[in-house]
Design a protein around this ligand. Structure first.
Ligand SMILES: CC(C)(COP(=O)(O)OP(=O)(O)OC[C@H]1O[C@@H](n2cnc3c(N)ncnc32)[C@H](O)[C@@H]1OP(=O)(O)O)[C@@H](O)C(=O)NCCC(=O)NCCS
Length: 168
């Protein structure tokens, strides 16, 4: 499948419907996030309005459609963590495994560099083998596993912590 018509850009109000749709599709699969309840477009609007000046929400656009979105969030508000952030990427399931996610995340990592971050963190459900493989391919390392830190549909879940160091 050709990806020449793919673009990455900052999310705007016209994207909030698709972002919530894509996020909710993923949330309701119960395999990629600890969020358990759907987000309305208004929730996404609020999330974007509340971003810190060093946080971003981006969309992945293919032709006229938004097929994914991703975010850069500060790791923590404590000033000592000012060089650490975390990222997330969610694609419409129809478009996973086709090479869209990796260049999108590379774009997001470039933006992390531009924002002055040094350490990029990712928290991934241990059962989400595709996402772990994807982050390893991008150059992330596994830090460790947090055992039974989450509960999804009545079951304990483990979370894999991964890290990526940006050399400036
Ligand atoms: C995780 C996600 C963003 C990855 O994006 P993607 O477009 O599916 O991944 P790509 O097709 O770009 O693949 C990137 C690399 O990961 C590897 N990979 C992808 N899925 C894989 C799988 N199921 N098993 C093993 N490797 C896999 C690919 O082989 C590829 O490696 P390569 O570049 O050497 O060929 C996407 O699948 C997604 O949105 N999934 C649902 C939501 C999710 O899990 N988000 C992450 C939350 S932490």
């Amino acid at each position: 499948m050709g990806r020449s018509s793919v673009a990455y850009r900052t999310a705007g109000p016209g994207d909030f419907n698709r972002i919530s749709e894509i996020f909710n599709l993923n949330i309701l699969q119960f395999d990629s996030t600890l969020w358990q309840d759907p987000f309305s477009p208004e929730d996404i609007d609020q999330m974007c309005q509340q971003l810190h000046e060093r946080e971003r929400v981006f969309v992945l656009q293919k032709n006229e459609d938004i097929i994914g979105w991703g975010a850069i969030k500060r790791y923590h508000q404590k000033r000592g963590y000012q060089y650490a952030c975390e990222t997330s990427v969610f694609l419409d399931r129809e478009f996973t495994g086709q090479g869209y996610g990796k260049p999108f995340k590379s774009f997001i990592l470039d933006q992390c560099r531009i924002l002055g971050y040094h350490h990029v963190n990712a928290k991934i459900l241990a059962k989400n083998k595709a996402s772990i493989a994807y982050n390893l391919k991008l150059g992330y390392d596994i830090v460790g596993v947090q055992k039974e830190i989450g509960m999804i549909q009545g079951e304990w879940v483990d979370v894999v912590i991964m890290q990526y160091i940006i050399r400036h």
